[in-house]
Design a binder for this molecule. Sequence first.
Ligand code: ADP
Ligand code: MG
Length: 691
Amino acid sequence: MATLDDISVTALKGVGASLAGTLSKLGICSVQDLLFHLPHRYQDRTRIVPLINLRVGDHCVVEGEVTDSNVVMGRRRSLQVSLRDGDGFVSLRFFHFNAAQKQQMSEGTRLRCFGEVRRGRAGLELYHPEYKVVSGDELNPVEEMLTPVYPLTEGVQQNRIRSLCQQALSWLDRYEIRDWIPDSVRLRYQFPSINDAIRYLHHPPVDANQLLLLEGVHPYQQRLVFEELLAHHFSLLRLRQAVQSHKALPLTGGEALHQALLESLPFSLTGAQQCVVDEIKADVQKPIPMLRLVQGDVGSGKTIVAALAALQAVDNHCQIALMAPTEILAEQHWINFQQWFAPLGISMAWLSGKTKGKQREEALARIASGDASVVIGTHALFQQEVQFHQLALAIIDEQHRFGVHQRLALKDKGEQSGFVPHQLIMTATPIPRTLAMSAYADLDTSVIDELPPGRQAIETVVLSDVRRMDVIERVRKACIEGRQAYWVCTLVEESEVLQCQAAEVTAGALTDQLPELKVGLVHGRMKAKEKSAVMEAFKEGHLDLLVATTVIEVGVDVPNASLIIIENPERLGLAQLHQLRGRVGRGDTASFCVLMYHPPLSQNGKARLKVMRESNNGFVIAEKDLEIRGPGEVLGTRQTGLMQFRLAELERDKQWLPEIKALAPALLNDNKLVDALITRWLGDNVQYGAV
Ligand code: ADP
Ligand code: MG
């Protein structure tokens, strides 16, 4: 028997090739896809809201008598109709109208309208509401149930989708949607059947609990939310399986090198660092690829952990690739690793997008021959032409700028030698627990939850840029006392050019205003050589003040710098601010961060800067960031491919995540079930399809 996922939407009345094409942009090809195209909201047209109770943002039905009707000439000509219902008033505003409509809505007419309440020129307004003329005394019924609102794409109207979904529902009388959730699970959570849930959500009955539906927490919705989250979780576990179905070189030994490096350091590892080092050691000894994410707050000392992991591979005569998302960060690693590894006689190679000509050829040759054991660079290391000799370990810093794609590209790099490299991913942007559980289900995670001893909390102050002169004085004082400072310029525009120009202007002004200080400048458009010369000068203490764009966000490590000024912090995400702030507080002097905003500050902006002032803990800040901005933003756009949910909302639905995590491994072997759920919820274009 045919099933609903075999039946094309063209089987529906009124769907021809062109509409089918448009629908396919929404991922809708079969009748079943249409049934899973669920309302993302509902409109409540079941009751008339008294005008006095209207709030901005509400979508609602109102009814009242026209008290006035005027054509207003503003920037755009519009028809403004005033409506009264006893105690309350509202204005209806129409930009497109004809004489008949104007006539129809004359004084004394009773209107029933549906629309969104906005704040307009004349107080609360409904823009272009749907309306009809009603007579006062008859009981015109409003809708009996909630009206579904579907996600749309260009070229399909809401009403069209509504009627198509209604048609699709009628097919449910003849065909069933396969329910993949095992009975035992359904019973445990008292889930309704999938068919009932689908019917209900497209067409909520009269007595439906509207409050729950509007919030997305109705049992029928939660039944599907659970299934969607499960499908996403499966897709990540599949990714993990795909990588781990390959062999990796087991990396053993390494003790002597570890000891030599540790003895050369001026400090000993913290307990948290030691734990993570041990976890990595246990992973890489296995013949299956490690997939481990190390989270550690800014300054928690991830670099040395990476170096120790690298030594383990060196001891097995294999190659290591260390990748960073920016040139400047990669250079910092290069400097650190050289300092640590050169005395141990380990050969290294550098490769970035800017490595050109002879240098590039030489680097490529040394990588291909295996002459270079440790290869450090940017994502240039992913390029086709880079051939490794025996890549056994890939270390990726700041993973959330790298996507799943790159994780897979890496797998291919290693395959050239028949093994897949172990992967160690390090991030300084703590990922809230809920996100980590859903977005990184394919990774094991370690947390460095302790800072090296002696660190002092950074004191953060929030100031208006009206106080710029005071701030400059503060910089002067700190630098005269022998400390160093950063001055970070940000701009709204994404344009790197403009950002760099702004930094140049600021550096010029500060050089004039602070003649007794040595001021340096670093930005993204400088040549790699120039950049590292400036960074080096700052690190060596030859510069007092470093003016920079957000390129210094990650990885820069100058313990003597104890003051950072961040301009326009209200434009940055909290995680990014936390990263920037982490450039100071790396030594044992008390450190300060000045967040210098440009007034006026929005409510939201105030709230965010307050979080920065009150917390120095990356995890707390990340949780707040998630609350304020949502998961897509927090993870960065490139990472969101797998994070687009249809129904689920991580914050609201997070209680399911531990349940799903516990349940999924047992179901993962049922390939049919897993395939079906992934296709149902994520469609065919799952990123690792080619694995
Ligand atoms: P992040 O986790 O932000 O990458 P880094 O690896 O750059 O941090 O380390 C920050 C600073 O702390 C560096 O100067 C590093 O040498 C130092 N450091 C790392 N581990 C320790 C430790 N156990 N004790 C003291 N200092 C340490
Ligand atoms: Mg780092």
